[in-house]
Design a protein around this ligand. Structure first.
Ligand code: 6R9
Length: 656
């Protein structure tokens, strides 16, 4: 097949047939509905961000919006504010009784937490931490399940000016220890345990194991969540509930410099030790509150907003805690798994609480597709008016399914591209303005400058593909890697120079200038000299009616460079047999071209995923090439790999 044909057919897939204009009714009431916002922000990005920053409460105004000394950047120089004050105190006069979180525990209990309740809890906890010697600049580790004490702990730290380092509750003792030691945290806030799929996760036990190797930790504050017996080290371990109940309910929010550190969040690189991503206060709060208000079209008086991520990830930091609280939103906070006690748990929550905005990840959507439409079908989901997705490229089929079966065929779906490093959403539709194309993150958020470039850094232009870059800093972007600025420079700025941030993702620009995010560049395959992204082949597979989820990797092939191996999860009622295999190969040949046809297909009930739900193609590549598996510590479902490996055994011998 000629190269041009390949390009054309791949583009044909990418130029998804369907487009969706903003529904007129939605646009009429949207927070942003005039496309002039894009041109204005492009002309004067500093003015745009300054206007967005004005939505926050500042103790002292800033003098300079942006000071850019590439690769570093500082925002709102001279300004003073406090993140906890912005999330809590400023709402109290008017809206102290508004619900901040409807909390739902996995076993079924609930708690309603108003802004004023949360404020009191945070002030008391700040007093407890202060009594333990935590001062501005000291780091505090947080290792908690999805309970209200988690946002409270983050905000108590923010109130003092002590950067927090939240470690996801699903991480092991070893991961926790490495992260505590890297940031030299003084105090750890954890719980006896948490609930997941009806089981107790032994957080305190992990914490004990970790802290045994953490010389910087003076105290461990323990929330009693499960009330099971746990080991106790007198003097070091303290009962969170007892201390908070006894503490004073006043604690002034410390005025922080706009550039003071708000938190560190570790993200695992593909290799090496995790990177401590550093976020500061003024720019971060501006970015998350602006994007949350505009992209989710938040109406704080009436919306019930649910970001179903875990707070342990950046999505939870920005869009469960800081963004929504800064905007005075009412959120759902759900502790557990989507299939406990049954596979309709989320939909029963949406129905019961009248959720209006739902933000989740493609991996969850594809799982719901696999389970079938009966589960959402049992519930009234008509309260939903806007859906969002983040974390991975969303296949057009999954996007359309989401809109159809969850959004009732009427809601806009915002596909939001961003990273732990960027702090806030960077490429996204604005639901009252943007014409949507399923599978495309559409265009950069106002005040954000992105492009797609080739290996040398030249713009590929409309219709081309290459590497995604950001050409100008945005306020919520990270400032450095904790304790390792050289790694900051090497990882993100070595490729294209100090002025151009390289996120590590591949992308295409279509004829309308829409961005199609293709995932990590490490995942791009080279088939007979053609660069084909795993996303494109996966989308073609998921486009088949029998398929719920697919992961595609390239396997070294002496003849073709790489040959394509697909790992496919059929929908619940579908058999993964030879006929389906033949069908799928033909289907891919038809939608993309013969060149993209998988040489081998392995059917599997599940795919290896990180704990935040991203498919780990690197491990599937190891399986496909019959190698020993690489680092599996961030894997959520390790047993599935053995199963896949057994099924894939025949593969390594070469051709079919
Ligand atoms: C927020 C978050 C970042 C990586 C990013 C990219 C992938 C995220 C995406 C997306 C395509 C989207 N990613 N959103 N790819 N479309 N809408 O996920 O942060 O965990 O740091 O991951 O996730 O590859 O580079 P993080």
């Amino acid at each position: 097949m000629a190269e041009k044909d390949v390009e054309r057919t791949i583009e044909a897939l990418l130029e998804e047939r369907r487009t969706f204009d903003p529904p007129a009714e939605f646009a009429a009431q949207a927070n942003l509905n005039d496309a002039a916002v894009y041109t204005q922000a492009e002309k004067d990005a500093d003015a745009w961000w300054a206007a967005e920053a004005e939505h926050l409460d500042w103790f002292e105004p800033w003098e300079t919006v942006l000071e850019w000394t590439p690769p570093h950047h500082k925002w709102f120089i001279g300004g003073k504010l406090n993140a906890a004050h912005n999330c809590l105190d400023r709402h109290l006069d008017q809206n102290g009784d508004r619900v901040a979180y409807h909390w739902i525990g996995e076993p079924g209990e609930t708690r309603t937490i108003t802004y004023s309740d949360l404020h009191t809890e945070v002030c008391r906890l700040a007093n407890v931490l202060n009594d333990l010697g935590v001062r501005k600049g000291d780091r505090v580790a947080i290792y908690l399940p999805m309970i209200p004490e988690l946002p409270a702990a983050m905000l108590a730290c923010a109130r003092i000016g002590a950067p927090h380092s939240v470690v996801f509750g699903g991480f092991s003792a070893e991961s926790l220890r490495d992260r505590i030691n890297d940031a030299e945290c003084k105090v750890l806030i954890t719980a006896d345990g948490g609930y997941r799929r009806g089981q107790v996760v032994p957080l305190k036990q992990n914490a004990d194991e970790a802290v045994a190797g953490c010389p910087s930790i003076d105290h461990v504050l323990v929330v009693k969540r499960t009330n099971e017996d746990v080991a106790w080290t007198d003097g070091r371990d303290l009962d969170y509930g007892e201390l908070v109940a006894a503490a004073g309910a006043d604690f002034p929010a410390h005025p922080m410099d706009a550039e003071d550190m708000l938190y560190i969040l570790y993200t695992s690189g593909t290799t090496g030790k995790p990177k401590g991503i550093v976020h500061t206060t003024g720019g971060y709060m501006t970015g998350v509150s602006s994007t949350h208000r505009n992209i989710f079209d938040l109406k704080p008086e009436t919306d019930v907003y649910w970001c179903a991520a875990d707070i342990g990830w950046v999505t939870g930091h920005s869009y469960i805690v800081y963004g929504p609280l800064a905007n005075g939103a009412t959120s759902i906070l759900y502790e557990g798994a989507p299939d406990f006690p049954d596979k309709d748990r989320w939909w029963s929550i949406v129905e019961e609480y009248g959720v209006t905005i739902l933000y989740t990840a493609p991996t969850a959507i594809r799982t719901f597709m696999k389970w079938g439409t009966d589960y959402p079908g049992k519930h009234d989901l008509s309260s939903l008016r806007l859906l969002g997705t983040v974390g991975e490229p969303i296949n057009p089929e999954a996007w359309v399914w989401y809109q159809e079966f969850i959004g009732g065929g009427k809601t806009p779906v915002v596909d939001t591209w961003w990273q732990t490093e960027t702090g806030a959403i960077m490429i996204t539709p604005l639901p009252g303005i943007t014409k949507l194309k399923p599978g495309s993150g559409t265009t950069p958020y106002p005040g954000t400058f992105a492009d797609v470039v080739d290996e040398q850094g030249n713009s590929v232009g409309r219709g081309g593909g290459g590497y995604l870059v950001l050409k100008r800093p945005a306020p919520a972007m990270f400032r450095t890697i904790f304790g390792d600025d050289q790694r900051y420079r090497d990882t993100y700025f070595a490729k294209y120079g100090n002025e151009t941030y390289f996120p590590g993702d591949g992308a295409k620009l279509d004829e309308d200038g829409y961005f199609w995010l293709l995932g990590r560049v490490d995942d791009v395959m080279n088939v007979a000299g053609h660069r084909i992204s795993t996303y494109e082949v996966e989308s073609a597979l998921v486009d088949h009616k029998g398929v719920a989820e697919a992961a595609v990797v390239g396997r070294k092939d002496p003849r073709e460079g790489e040959s394509i191996v697909a790992f496919v999860t059929p929908k619940a009622s579908v058999d993964g047999n030879d006929e389906l295999m033949r069908d799928l190969r033909e289907h891919v040949a038809r939608v993309i071209g013969k060149i993209a046809r998988p040489q081998s297909i392995v059917f599997t009930d599940d795919l290896p995923k990180t704990r935040s739900g991203k498919i780990m193609r690197r491990l599937l590549r190891d399986v496909a090439e019959g190698r020993e598996l690489g680092d599996v510590t961030t894997l959520q479902n390790a047993p599935i790999l053995d199963e896949i490996r057994t099924k894939a055994e025949g593969l390594t011998g070469g051709d079919e």
